[in-house]
Ligand binder design. Sequence first.
Ligand SMILES: [Zn+2]
Length: 207
Amino acid sequence: MIDELLAGNKRFVAGEFKRNELYYESLAQQQTPKVLWIGCSDSRVSEEVITGSRPGTIFVHRNVANIVAFNDVNISAILEYGVVHLKIEDIIVCGHTRCGGIQAIEDGVHENYIADWLCIASGAKDRADKIASENNLSREQKLEVLSAENVKLQIKHLQNLALLKNMRKKGPTPRIHGWVYRIETGVIDVLVDGCTGKSFPDIPGLS
Ligand SMILES: [Zn+2]
């Protein structure tokens, strides 16, 4: 596998990099991404591939189940660097279907660190439980709702981080978008439109 990765890099250098030498030269001077991506670590959800973006476009933080934790110095430092230094204009919190983290929240997990981490999303499960029982949802539908509710909850966490709260007192803050990437189709569903502030149902047709 490692050999395949290094062979892939050789193809990248000879192809994409060589064809766009000027672009990559400019990237060598500095990065100017305008988007911060907060996504899941899942290997199937590669932000650059699924949005058709090139290196230099997206500043990235990924973790299990795309969680924004209050006590996570890692995400706080990324956020501070992104909004203060890179002047990020848009933050995308992107969940996805068929997420192992979301399934673990639904089914319960007993491994120490994973359980502690997923606890931060427990409010999303409460919401999903209520929606599922009110709408008589199948397990698959409920997991989709849980993915969506988790994105909405993590947006709330993000909005409540002191850095953004203090910025808001002084002026504009980055727009925050909520997306769910559908692994089965490759399509991104917009849950929260950061430009208009409009929210959409967790599953189309579900109110
Ligand atoms: Zn995931």
